[in-house]
Design a protein around this ligand. Structure first.
Ligand SMILES: [Zn+2]
Ligand SMILES: [Zn+2]
Length: 302
């Protein structure tokens, strides 16, 4: 049973407590600057040897950021003896996690509300309050890549890392686990409703629409993410919101026909909206209203 553990306040003890649960950790500087690479791993060095971080054999286990993460108590003691105040980082994917990172300073709380209005409440799981008043919601990794920042202020952290309690945030506040302050190892699967559409389990009884309105499927005659983005970028001032709405509606339809990935399209459209000067709130509201048009029968909450 997952009863959770109380995480000690001293960073070394906390890092050892995580490692004892099988959580791989590594040192993170307060300012997030990485620990130095050795010359063979430093791309700017003259003796740099090209290699993938996961294949590194240099024997200096701080060379590649979160790839150095470990449960080795000897190494953990060494790191935090050298730097007793270092923060504790944990890679997401390497620990089998995928994390929803909600940043209210960039509208993440509004986005989260809209996501839940759309897909229903997210399953309860282990959560952490970041020192910056953000929220980390930890799920099990779905095993494949997720879009990085699908909504304003919301990041899907997967192929990167998070900082763990009791680390100190730049604001001066400490990260802490939600609720009773204990850490519960994530055991809940990443919500199917947040998977890219192509990875979602098929809903029985819902044939995929593969035909255009005229009944003839015309490959090559559909919108692409690029042409949708271009539509928003080309809009005249005063017409930008309407163009974003138009593009978001077309994205829904085109994704439903299986030609594009909806998350990818919405992410790109949000970025395009931002690039032409629309505010985050306006962008979310516009994309959301395109997604929930009464005529749109494609949405189905799982
Ligand atoms: Zn190295
Ligand atoms: Zn290396």
């Amino acid at each position: 049973m997952n009863v959770g553990i109380k995480i000690p306040a001293v960073p070394l003890d906390a890092a050892l407590a995580y490692a004892a649960l099988g959580v791989k950790v590594f040192r993170v500087r307060r300012d997030k600057a990485p620990y130095a690479n050795c010359p063979r791993c430093d791309m700017k060095s003259s003796i740099y040897i090209k290699h993938r971080p996961e294949d590194c054999r240099c024997g200096v286990p701080t060379c590649h950021g979160f790839w150095a993460a470990t449960t080795d108590t000897g190494l953990i003691r060494k790191w935090w003896t050298e730097e007793p105040d270092a923060n504790i980082g944990a890679p997401c994917k390497l620990n089998g996690w995928a994390v929803l990172d909600i940043d209210p300073r960039h509208g993440g709380d509004v986005s989260l509300r809209r996501i839940e209005e759309r897909v229903g409440l997210l399953p309860g799981t282990c959560m952490q309050i970041t020192g910056g008043d953000g929220l980390h919601i930890l799920y099990l990794s779905p095993g494949f890549d997720l879009p990085g920042e699908p909504f304003p202020g919301v990041e899907f952290k997967h192929n990167n890392y998070i900082v763990l309690a009791p680390s100190l945030h730049a604001s001066g506040n400490r990260y802490k686990w939600y609720g009773d302050g204990r850490f519960y190892k994530p055991e809940v699967a990443w919500p199917a409703t947040l998977l890219p559409r192509k990875e979602r389990p098929r809903v029985p009884g819902r044939p995929r629409t593969q035909q255009s309105l005229s009944g003839i499927r015309r490959p090559g005659k559909h919108w692409t993410v690029q042409t949708l983005v271009q539509h928003v970028m080309d809009a005249s001032e005063g017409n930008r919101n309407a163009s974003l709405y138009f593009a978001a509606c077309r994205a829904q339809e085109t994704a439903d026909q299986g030609f594009i990935d909806l998350y990818e399209a919405e992410t790109a459209l949000a970025a395009a909206g931002s690039a032409v000067g629309l505010g985050d709130g306006e962008i979310i509201a516009t994309i959301q209203s395109a997604a929930s048009r009464p005529s749109d029968k494609t949405w189905r909450a799982a």
